[in-house]
Write a protein that binds this ligand. Structure first.
Ligand code: GLU
Length: 304
């Protein structure tokens, strides 16, 4: 399917709303990003790539890293991973502490910060250097060799990470954090500070849409049943506590980040990524959500 005319149409329609919403500012470095940028990419398994706007501009992937960190941890841990992190939507903001006390230090899902910190702890136990392990993984999934993380953004987040530190210490008190909290936070902030563009992220998500197989290398990343399950988690938990509304509007498994990126998959067909830094109050990109909504409305393609 040639998605180019559809992306051109979405790009034209989206222009009036660009910049509406707020760029994340609680990580000081992120506040410096221009709000009205917009990029979109669709990549199918044959490598056909359709783009609009700033699709080649790299941005801070932030929580989108949680999807790939989960995949990498799942490769190593298998189903035992689920004894340390749940699979339910939290219905709370991504950085909330309240459920952790009631639920004995087991985070609701791997896509809220507490869950991603536990996943990062697993990676820190499995790899000598957890941040490099994820960067290498992203290079393989995207077939792009110069992906890395932005040290300034990582340092900016690390210096303001009291809340994430509180969560990690709290989980340690319940026995759900094996490495030093400082080391886990360092790796977590570096994962969030990985920079990629829409094309690279759309390519990286293709394995999930392709039954767990990386189309660029032919390698099986995870088996087809696990790819289905991680995609289901994206649908139910991937877009903050607006996941229900997002599923209603868009109907695709997706993972968003406060850098304004949203990566989505159309199973059996393609990886998709949109980016626009101005966010809705939920933390999802405003223009990005609208663009995905238009994409599924115009094409009639979604998982439903
Ligand atoms: N690095 C961010 C944090 O931990 C990630 C948030 C996000 O993108 O949802 O607060």
């Amino acid at each position: 399917m040639n998605y180019q005319p559809i992306l051109d149409r979405i790009h034209a329609a989206i222009k009036p709303v660009l910049g509406e919403g707020k760029v994340a500012s609680y990580i000081p470095e992120l506040a410096n990003v221009r709000a009205d940028q917009f990029g979109m990419a669709v990549v199918d398994f044959a490598g056909n790539t359709y783009v609009a706007g700033d699709a080649q501009t790299r941005f801070s992937i932030q929580s989108i890293s949680k999807l790939f960190a989960l995949t990498l941890a799942f490769q190593r841990e298998g189903d035992s991973l689920w004894s340390r992190v749940g699979r339910e939507p939290s219905g709370n903001p991504f950085n909330s502490l309240v459920q952790l006390e009631r639920e004995h230090g087991i985070p609701r899902n791997p896509f809220i910060n507490a869950g991603a910190l536990v996943i990062t702890d697993m990676l820190a136990s499995r790899f000598v250097n957890a941040e490099n392990a994820l960067v290498d993984f992203m290079r393989k999934l995207s077939a792009v060799n110069d992906i890395g993380y932005n040290r300034k953004v990582a340092a900016s987040e690390r210096s303001t990470s009291s809340r994430n530190a509180a969560m990690a210490h709290f989980m340690k008190s319940f026995g759900n954090m094996n490495n030093k909290v400082g080391d886990v936070l360092d790796a977590y902030c570096r994962h969030c500070a990985i920079e990629m563009n829409c094309v690279e992220l759309a390519k990286s998500a293709c394995f999930l849409a392709n039954g767990g197989v990386n189309p660029w290398s032919g390698e099986t990343v995870i088996d087809a049943s696990s790819a289905k399950r991680l995609s289901a988690l994206m649908l139910t938990c991937g877009t903050y506590d607006a996941a229900g509304d997002f599923a209603f509007r868009v109907g695709l498994p997706a993972k968003s980040g406060v850098g304004g990126g949203i990566v989505a998959i159309l199973p059996g067909e393609c990886g998709i990524c949109v980016w626009s830094p101005a966010l809705e109050p939920s933390g999802n990109s405003h223009a990005g959500s609208l663009a995905l909504e238009m994409f599924t409305s115009i094409t009639g393609r979604s998982i439903f």
